[in-house]
Design a protein around this ligand. Structure first.
Ligand SMILES: Cc1cc2nc3c(=O)[nH]c(=O)nc-3n(C[C@H](O)[C@H](O)[C@H](O)COP(=O)(O)OP(=O)(O)OC[C@H]3O[C@@H](n4cnc5c(N)ncnc54)[C@H](O)[C@@H]3O)c2cc1C
Ligand code: FES
Length: 253
């Protein structure tokens, strides 16, 4: 059964826009990076999907941006409260068998699922690089990155931290001299589209995670579909992670 009532262990306000919640983990099977939870927030009718940003046998971390009524309500929960959660949902990022450096490319709050991937690769002693871009310094949640000696690249749109560029521009510079084993990315659609074009040109394997609006979260309502080369696919059930080659980027997904 994927439906659980899970206790909030801690809450940390990262800044006025972002919150970190740690909740107990009693989910089965054990979540994979890229999978998400569908959470019922008090006072909202629909659940809200949030990526699992980190996970141990006992606890899971969620990092979210306060956007509207659902995430606002979720930001008001307190330690000890229970959350009504469906999960783990979705397919997550694939296992990486290929040798070489893995590139993780995050745009904005798309960083959440990639933190879980980074932690896993760090524990497995895999070589990886972390690319992280956001609008401003406030949107760049540097403190949530896992510890380790991996290479990090930061950009902001306004130059308030790191390079004043898009993270895809920095990614493009790196792939000019190195071919990654695989790329995992999450962020806004336009960013993923640009990244996909570069990966196609250089024949790089890449998987992208989408953040489409969801309703049931279970594959029943078709409310979250995107168009792929294999027809329409549900982001909640067939994704949220897709091979970039399968996505039809020229239709508005
Ligand atoms: C697989 C997945 C993983 C996600 N992981 C994270 C994460 O880790 N951290 C994070 O900050 N955000 C994440 N999001 C986005 C997050 O779900 C939305 O920001 C949130 O649902 C917005 O709800 P709201 O009520 O606060 O805002 P509003 O925008 O006011 O919501 C209004 C309505 O739109 C829907 N809605 C709006 N935007 C989205 C959206 N992008 N996805 C789904 N429903 C939406 C809500 O269900 C609601 O019915 C993820 C989305 C998906 C699909
Ligand atoms: S949200 Fe209902 S099918 Fe995806």
């Amino acid at each position: 059964m994927k439906h659980k009532s899970l206790q909030v262990i801690s809450k940390k306000i990262l800044n006025d826009r972002y919150v970190e919640l740690v909740v107990e983990n009693r989910l089965e099977p054990f979540p994979k990076p890229g999978q998400f939870l569908h959470i019922l927030t008090m006072g909202t009718f629909m659940r809200r999907p949030l990526s699992i940003a980190n996970c141990t046998k006992e606890r899971m971390k969620l990092i979210f941006q306060i956007r509207g009524p659902g995430t606002r309500k979720l930001s008001e929960v307190n330690e000890g409260m229970k959350l009504d959660i469906l999960g783990p949902l979705g397919n997550g990022f694939p296992a990486v068998r290929r040798k070489g450096t893995i590139y993780l490319v995050a745009g904005g709050i798309g960083v959440a699922p990639l933190l879980f991937a980074a932690e896993k690769f760090e524990n497995e002693n895999r070589n990886f690089k972390f690319f992280y871009g956001a609008k401003t310094f406030k949107d760049l949640l540097i403190s949530v990155l896992p510890e380790g000696n991996y290479q990090k690249f930061f950009t902001t749109d306004d130059g308030s931290y790191g390079e004043k560029a898009t993270i895809v521009e920095v990614f493009e510079r790196e792939i000019a001299t190195e071919k990654p084993a695989v790329v995992f990315s999450a962020g806004p659609f336009v960013m993923l589209k640009k990244l996909s074009q570069l990966c196609s040109k250089k024949k790089i394997n890449a998987y992208v995670s989408f953040e489409n609006v969801m309703f049931c979260g279970l594959g029943a309502c078709q409310g979250c579909t995107i168009e792929t080369t294999n027809g329409y696919r549900r982001v909640c059930k067939d994704g949220p992670v897709f091979n970039h080659k399968d996505v039809k980027w020229n239709v508005k997904n």
